[in-house]
Design a protein around this ligand. Structure first.
Ligand SMILES: Nc1nc2c(c(=O)[nH]1)N[C@H]1C(S)=C(S)[C@@H](COP(=O)(O)OP(=O)(O)OC[C@H]3O[C@@H](n4cnc5c(=O)[nH]c(N)nc54)[C@H](O)[C@@H]3O)O[C@H]1N2
Ligand SMILES: Nc1nc2c(c(=O)[nH]1)N[C@H]1C(S)=C(S)[C@@H](COP(=O)(O)OP(=O)(O)OC[C@H]3O[C@@H](n4cnc5c(=O)[nH]c(N)nc54)[C@H](O)[C@@H]3O)O[C@H]1N2
Ligand code: SF4
Ligand SMILES: [Mo]
Length: 754
């Protein structure tokens, strides 16, 4: 095993996949004893080949951050927090959380899953153990301030929310990026390390890159063409592209014609959106829309890629659907250089059940108690969280467990949410820091540092540009007596199951293994189809923990050894012996076998999409009007709200500014370097002003994730960063009604000198 090596100087090198964003870069970490002395990109990493960004390189600062929590904290009557032992902490959780369940039932408990645990083994393999005993859990995730519309569109189209087409950037000759800034975000629902080089590669091969964004972003500046678009007009723009393809006889689905259902319905839908009708709303001339459609159709291979700018808006689901409509109409879905599905090593939904057919999904199986919002993909909108806590009556949320979330900064209407969180009978936070949210918690259970736990990005590889598998063992051991994150989750699962604070974690873990293996044994085409689960489980060994679950997933996955049915196939041991990862090659066509829809087709004409036509038509007038609207902004040295405590990421000029177009600045008396108050219907914030024509006229941009310095938090560095919380401008009333996702972009604001 070559996962780390020690030299005579006492230095050793370890390799680890970065877990901070979706790019999955390999890091080479140099240690002296348990001290990290250097971090750099791992040149031998099969996927990232040496690339790493400032955030990945700052893992040393995170690991050694004195503010990072190492012991559990319990809130005292005066609101301050006191360190306790782990047993004391879980006893307190049992008293409070168990108390709520005993008095009000499991329906009074809700969960909130934030972004980072979507990348951890605990989050991806163990959280279901926490939810299961709650029955029909009241589940909130950051999906509904992020990708939920795309998840819903994919679930309706392909049968599962994680079946997401990936733009095959490395082989495409035409890339249309809409509402994403991968040069800064490093890709989302698209794992592609060093995406800058990959996008440059499209152009070097003679291809074309087009960016459609209300801001001339870093990605836009590296593209062949950039078009400003009025925020929120994306569905209109995409429908007009589809309209042009169909009207001008350019649609050429090819082999997809036999694989999709509803092409005629699509034709009817987009008939209402000729470019000439929507150009004013989009602020893109009709001739340009037509030209873009023709170029998309003419490219030998093209991919349309839409991300958060197209999802956190009123037509998020419809826009996400139309992205795939274009990929189908141009014949690019499921072909090299187009938009492709992955074959992830750890398996996943496209390897469960019957190949090519499934139950599909239903929305609205239940509704939120207060405003009657439909459940979508098992979740309720985050915009409902505060009201569900505040409103008395049967089913009121009285306890909340957050898993790696900072809703106080990341969610709409933070003031109201804070009041609601304070009123809970029990708030438990699994987190790394005492921050804006966790300072309100009754109990904080600190997760290990990323370097103290094993890693494999179960969630991200299914949207990777290549079929990659990379496992990282812990770089440094956990302090004795400290639970790993998966053990924390299982102890919480034990508490909500009524097993008390000292439940048998190994037994709960074994149950998860059994569930996984038994499910696979029932799946048609599984390598263990029809086999006795016990015999398979015995082959996995006794050692509890995520490695065993991961080993099972890998062995049951498309490259796995199938527990004997495919000798020489992938196992976790094979990954352990490959510290720089294994590359199973570029994406390969997967239709129709990856589908899990009732029809066995790509359900392009699903009624949920078609029913949105009138609403979309009605939006045209509103979008034609003037007035300022707000968009967000990310930057390379931020990760949502939570990495500002690392000095190398926090230093430098104020980044939490409002960027205003020069014309708008003049009209409002705003000057570069001055200060302004940004006001919406929901609230107001004061920030510095940057005047720049990188935003289109009528659009102002403020980043999210700022507004640190709350009393009671322990963020010595971030507290000095300042900035304001842009979500104070976001109300809880504006949603994409199909998915329940908050409208974070394109709503009206006013900006005035402070
Ligand atoms: N206005 C506006 N709001 C937005 C967005 C936007 O673009 N504009 N973006 C939205 C998006 S896309 C997202 S994903 C959400 C993010 O929303 P959240 O997930 O709620 O917020 P984060 O800032 O990611 O906070 C992550 C938390 O996890 C903790 N943490 C970090 N690593 C770990 C770990 O390994 N284990 C555990 N247990 N905890 C950990 C951090 O300390 C922090 O408290 O914000 C959303 N909010
Ligand atoms: N450095 C860094 N990387 C990150 C994060 C981070 O906070 N910092 N967050 C991570 C997370 S959780 C996520 S979900 C991903 C998100 O990854 P991306 O989707 O790439 O996120 P953004 O960089 O916010 O890009 C969204 C783009 O949409 C544009 N936009 C806004 N409104 C509209 C609109 O109505 N229409 C169109 N067409 N465009 C619009 C914005 O100007 C912006 O350029 O990034 C991840 N990576
Ligand atoms: S791009 Fe993402 S995965 Fe790569 S080093 Fe930066 S934060 Fe880590
Ligand atoms: Mo996100």
């Amino acid at each position: 095993m070559a996962t780390s090596s020690t030299t005579t100087t006492g230095r050793r090198t370890a390799y680890r996949t970065c877990s901070f964003c979706e790019a999955t870069c390999g890091l080479e970490i140099t240690l002296e004893g348990e001290e990290v002395v250097a971090v750099r990109g791992d040149e031998a990493d099969v996927f990232s080949q040496g690339f790493a960004c400032a955030k990945g390189l700052s893992v040393r600062e995170l690991h050694h951050d004195p503010d990072r929590l190492r012991a559990p904290l319990v809130r005292q009557p005066d609101g301050s927090h006191r360190e306790v032992t782990w047993d004391e902490a879980f006893a307190e959780v049992d008293r409070l959380l168990g108390g709520v369940i005993r008095e009000h039932g499991p329906g009074a408990v809700a969960g909130y899953v934030g972004n980072p645990m979507g990348h951890t083994l605990a989050g991806t393999l163990y959280l279901r153990a926490f939810y299961k005993p709650l029955g029909r859990p009241t589940l909130f995730t950051v999906g509904t301030v992020d990708q939920h519309p795309k998840s819903l569109a994919c679930a309706l189209l392909f049968g599962h929310q994680y079946t997401v087409p990936v733009p095959d950037i490395d082989r495409t000759s035409h890339l249309l990026v809409i509402g994403a800034n991968p040069l800064v975000s490093n890709g989302s629902l698209l794992a592609a390390p060093d995406i800058r080089s990959r996008i440059q590669g499209v152009r070097q091969r003679g291809g074309k890159v087009v960016v459609v964004d209300p801001r001339r972003t870093e990605t836009a500046r590296s593209a062949d063409e950039h078009h400003f678009i009025r925020p929120g007009a994306d569905a209109l723009f995409l429908a007009a592209l589809a309209h042009t393809l169909l009207e001008e006889g350019l649609a050429a689905p090819g082999r997809l014609e036999a694989l999709v259902d509803g092409l005629d319905d699509v034709r009817d839908f987009v008939a209402a959106f000729p470019p000439e009708r929507v150009a004013g709303a989009c602020r893109i001339p009709a001739v340009e829309i037509r030209r873009l459609a023709r170029e998309l159709a003419a490219a030998p291979a093209a991919a349309v890629y839409g991300r958060i700018g197209t999802t956190t808006q009123a037509f998020g689901t419809t826009a996400s659907w139309l992205v795939e409509v274009l990929n189908v109409l141009t014949g690019n879905l499921d072909r090299p250089g187009g938009a492709m599905l992955t074959s992830p090593a750890a398996g996943g939904p496209t390897y469960q059940g019957t190949p090519g057919r499934g139950r599909g999904i239903q929305v609205g199986r239940w509704h939120s108690r207060v405003r009657g919002a439909p459940e979508v993909l098992g979740e309720l909108p985050l915009a409902c969280l505060a009201e569900e806590i505040e409103t008395p009556g049967e089913g009121r949320i009285r306890a909340l467990v957050t898993f790696s979330g900072n809703p106080a900064l990341s969610n709409p209407d933070p003031d109201r949410l804070e009041t609601a969180l304070r009123s809970l009978e029990c708030l438990v936070c699994v987190d790394l820091y005492l921050n804006e949210t966790t300072r309100l918690a009754h109990v904080i259970l600190p997760s290990p540092s990323p370097l103290e736990r094993a890693h494999y990005d179960v969630m991200v590889y299914p949207t990777a540009l290549r079929n990659i598998a990379n496992y990282s063992p812990p770089v440094v051991p956990l302090a004795p007596g400290r639970p790993d994150e998966w053990e924390i989750v299982l102890r919480l699962a034990g508490i909500v199951s009524g097993l008390g604070p000292a439940a048998d974690v190994a037994a709960l873990d074994a149950q998860l293994v059994r569930d996984l293996v038994a499910r696979s044994a029932r799946s048609e085409g599984s390598p263990i189809e029809g086999r006795d689960p016990d015999e398979v489980i015995a082959a996995l060994g006794e050692e509890p923990g995520p490695e065993r679950l991961l080993d099972a997933s890998l062995r049951l996955g498309p490259y796995g050894d199938g527990f004997g049915s495919r000798p020489g196939g992938l196992t976790l041991d094979a990954l352990r012996a490959a510290p720089h990862g294994i590359d199973f090659g570029p994406l390969v066509p997967r239709l129709p076998e990856a589908l899990r829809t009732p029809s066995g087709k790509v359900e392009l004409g699903h009624p949920v999409f078609l029913a949105d036509r009138e609403r979309l038509e009605a939006s045209i007038d509103g979008l034609e009007h003037d007035g300022l609207v707000l968009i967000g902004r990310r930057d390379v040295r931020s990760m949502n709200s939570w990495m500002h405590n690392l000095p190398s990421l926090a230093r430098g000029r104020d980044r939490c500014t409002v960027v205003v177009h020069p014309d708008d600045a003049v009209a409002r008396g705003l000057v570069d370097g001055g200060r302004a108050v940004v006001r919406s219907e929901a609230g107001s914030i004061a920030v510095g002003v940057e005047v720049s024509d990188e935003v289109m006229p009528g659009v102002v941009s403020v980043p999210h994730g700022f507004g640190h310095g709350a009393p009671g938090a322990r963020l010595g560095v971030a507290g000095e960063v300042g900035g304001a919380n842009v979500n104070a401008l976001v109300g809880t009333g504006l949603l994409d009604p199909l998915s329940g996702t908050s409208v974070l972009t394109g709503f009206a604001v006013d900006v005035a000198p402070a």
